[in-house]
Design a protein around this ligand. Sequence first.
Ligand SMILES: Cc1cc2nc3c(=O)[nH]c(=O)nc-3n(C[C@H](O)[C@H](O)[C@H](O)COP(=O)(O)OP(=O)(O)OC[C@H]3O[C@@H](n4cnc5c(N)ncnc54)[C@H](O)[C@@H]3O)c2cc1C
Length: 597
Amino acid sequence: MSSSSRRAETSDPSAPLVLHVDILLLSALGVFTLFALPRAAIRLTRLSEWSRGLLFYSSAGPRRDRSPDADPPSDGGSRKSSVSVRAVNASLKPETTGTSCGSGTPPKHLRSWSAAFPGLSWLLGMQIRPGYSVGRLVLIYAYIGVILYAGLFHSNPFTNPARAGMVSVSQVPVVIVLGTKNNIVGTLVGQGYERLNYLHRAVGRMVILAINVHAISLLYDLVSAGRWSLVVTVPYLTWGLVALVCMDVLFLFSLNTFRQMFYHVFYVTHVIASILMMAAACMHSPEAQPYVLAAVGIYGLDRILRMVKTRVATARLRVIPELGMVHIEIPHINAGWRAGQHLRLKVLSLGMGIWGWTEPHPFTIASVSKSPRGDGLVLMCKKAGDWTTRLYSLAHKGMDGESASGKRVTVLIDGPYGGPGNTVLSSFSGAMIVAGGSGITYALSTVEELLETRAAGSSRARMVELVWSIQNHSALFPMVPLFSSYIERARSAAVTLQISVFYTRAQTEDLMQSLQILPPGLDLLPGRPHFERLLHDVVDRTTELCAESHENPSGVLVGACGPISLTEHAGKVVRNLDRQTFKKVGGVELQEENFAW
Ligand SMILES: Cc1cc2nc3c(=O)[nH]c(=O)nc-3n(C[C@H](O)[C@H](O)[C@H](O)COP(=O)(O)OP(=O)(O)OC[C@H]3O[C@@H](n4cnc5c(N)ncnc54)[C@H](O)[C@@H]3O)c2cc1C
C-alpha cells in the first residue's frame, strides 16, 4: 500500500467522531455516578467508611492465635474424621460470647433507587437469560447502537476501513478499564468490578468485531489488487496483522466453554494477548497511540494497586470433610475488609503442583474484620476442580502429618475486592441472607458483621434470617458450634436471629438422630427453602420489632449467594413481593453474589 493511501486512511475524519463517542460514554458514566452519589455521600459521612474495604492489615485487639499443638490429640481408629470435625469445631467455637449493645450510632439509611421505584426496578431486574437482566441488556444494546452509529455514520465499512479501525482502538481504554480489579468505573457507580464484567465482555466483543471489519476490508483490497504480500513486507501492515491475531486469540480463548474448562489458560492468554495487541496497535497507526497510552495508564495503575494490596502471610489449612471444603485461617491478618468482599489467593507450596502455586483463585472472606473473638481472616474453599482438589489433598496430608491445628503454608493474598459498594448493611432494620452450598462464606461474614455492628450499637438490624440450602444434612454438623455462637451473640446484642438449614437428599435415621440437639433458633428442614414465605416472615418480624421499639423500619436486605438458579430465584421473589409488604418495612433490596463471571 502506498504512503499516500496510508495517509488518506489516517487523516480520515473518523478521529473526531470516535473521540466524541468516548466523550458521550464518559458523560453516561457521569450520569450513573450522579445516581450513585447520594448513597456514597451518606456512607462516607462516617469517617471509618473511607478506609474500610481497601487494604488488609493487622489490627491490635483480641487475637486468638493458639499454639499449633493446642488442640487435643486424636485417637487411633476414627482418627481422620474425628480430628477434622474437632479441629473445625475448635476454630469455629467462640471463646468469648458476652457482648452488649455498645455506644455507637446506627448509620443513616437511604433507600436505593430500586427500592424508591419498585415498578421500574421490577422491569429492569427481570432475567432474560442467566446473568442478563432487562437492565443489563438495555445498557448493552444502547452501547452497541452508539458503536454502530460511530462505525456507519456517513461511512461505508468496505470503502472506508479506517473508520472501523478507529472505532476499535477508541474502545480499548473502555474495555481495559472495565476489566481491571481496582475498577474506577465500579468505584464511581458503587459496584464491585465483578458486577461490571458483563460490560467488559460486551465492549470487548465490539472491539473485536470492529477490528475484524477493518482488517477484512483492507485485506480484501490488497488481495484483489494482487498485493497481499505487502502485509508481511510493510511493517505497519504487519503490526496490524499482529494486533488482529491477538484480538482473535483473546476472543477465542474467552469463549464461555473454554473459560469454564481452562480458566488458567484463558487468564494467561488474556494478559499476554492484550499487552501485545496494544503494542502492535501503536506500531500500526499513530492515531491509536493516545488511546493505547490511556489504556496502558489504566492497566498500569491497576497493577500497581494490586501490588500495594498484596500480602504474604502464613495460613493454617484444615479440611472440613462433611463440606468437602478447606478451612483456611490467616491469624495475622484480621482487618481491612467488608462483609461480602473477596480476595485472590495463591498458595505458595509445591504441593499445589508445578504451576499450581502461580495460580490466583478468588474466594469470599468468611469472617468479619476486627473480630472481637480474635479470629483472623478465614476462607472456606470447596473442592471444585484441579486446583481446589490439590488444595484439599495438601490440607489433608497436613492433618495426617502435622498437628491437629492444621497444615501451615505461605500464601499470597491480593484484595479485598468487590462487596456491597455503597450499600451499608447495618443501615437495614432486617436482613434475609440466602446461601447455597459454598455460598455460605458470603453469609457467614455478612451475618457476623450484622451481629458485631449491632453489638457495638452501630446497626439498625433487629431481625436476621440466615437460610442455607445444602444437599446433605451432615454438612451442618461442623457448623453447629459456629451457628450456636451466632445465636448466643445475637441474644446479647438484642437481634432476633433465625438460622434455617434446608437439605435436599433423603437421610438415614441414625444420622438424623445425631443432629437432634440443635439450639433454639437453628432449624434443620427437609426440602428446598420457600423464599416467598420466609421473606414475608422476615418482613413481618422486622416490622413488629421496629414497632415495639418505636422505630420506623428502614428496609430489609436480601443477600443471596450460591448457584445462579438460587440467586435468581431469590431475586424473583424480591421483585414480585406485593407493594403493601414492600412499603410497610421501608423497602426490600436485593444483593446477589455469584461465584462466577
Ligand atoms: C468472586 C468469587 C468468589 C468466590 N468465592 C468462593 C468461596 O468463598 N468459596 C468457594 O469454595 N469458592 C468460591 N469461588 C469459586 C472458586 O474461585 C472456584 O471454585 C475455584 O477457583 C475453582 O478452581 P479449580 O481450578 O479447582 O476448578 P476449575 O474446574 O478449574 O474451575 C471451576 C470453575 O471455577 C472457575 N474458575 C477457575 N479458576 C478461576 C479463577 N482463578 N478465577 C475465577 N474463576 C475461576 C472456572 O471458570 C470454572 O467455572 C468464588 C469465585 C468467585 C468468582
